[in-house]
Write a protein that binds this ligand. Sequence first.
Ligand SMILES: NC(=O)c1ccc[n+]([C@@H]2O[C@H](COP(=O)([O-])OP(=O)(O)OC[C@H]3O[C@@H](n4cnc5c(N)ncnc54)[C@H](OP(=O)(O)O)[C@@H]3O)[C@@H](O)[C@H]2O)c1
Length: 218
Amino acid sequence: MRFLLLGATGQIGRLLVPKLLQDGHELTALVRDASAASDLAEIGVQLAEGDLENTFDEAVAKGYDAVIFTAGSGASTGKDKTLTVDLWGAVQAVRYCERHSTPRFVMISALKAQDPNQGKEAIKPYLVAKHAADEILKASKLDYTILRPGRLSDEPETGTIRAASRLDDFNGVISRANVAESIRQCLNHESTIGKTIDLLDGDTPIPQALSRVGEANT
Ligand SMILES: NC(=O)c1ccc[n+]([C@@H]2O[C@H](COP(=O)([O-])OP(=O)(O)OC[C@H]3O[C@@H](n4cnc5c(N)ncnc54)[C@H](OP(=O)(O)O)[C@@H]3O)[C@@H](O)[C@H]2O)c1
């Protein structure tokens, strides 16, 4: 399948790329600076230059089976970038997918985006941006999966997580590697379509944890 990755040069993105290549997919990465992504090109990822804060319609117009959004403005930028990257970048991506008949969208959101009032004041604007982008994706015609990881760590992949439509362990952590594997499994399992899934590190193998979401008490 053909996928467009938004955020491929990020920490989750760089863990996800080899997994998807290994699965035989054709990958294009939207990058702000192609010279900083030559390592991706060397392993077979096609590069499309573009910026989430501006128009990137042309990149999506090339035709993909799915768009995967792992981009983020990061903790060191201000609220302006929260609006223009985390919200506007995501909203534009959803609109372009609708316009160009890209059927599938996997969004990396954040644990407390379901209820931004649960977040500390400092991250509330970020959670509001993620909440709004998620609502726009849910209201679209796209086959979406929204993954809402807790605080990210750089621990190695365990292949096991906790996943549910709502996890109230707001201080919980998940490794970026487990998030990357969860994205891969979502793309392989249609049962995740139309679901919004909170994610933390846990004890259940990722495919089982994801497929159980929506059953009673999950
Ligand atoms: N940190 C946490 O604890 C936490 C918790 C829950 C969810 N999340 C979410 O997890 C996701 C990714 O995490 P991560 O650790 O992989 O982030 P990261 O390493 O900071 O990667 C961010 C990615 O977004 C790209 N990006 C930023 N601004 C862009 C723009 N204007 N146009 C195009 N690309 C842009 C970056 O590209 P460049 O290489 O050009 O900078 C990079 O590829 C984000 O959606 C974040 O909101 C984070």
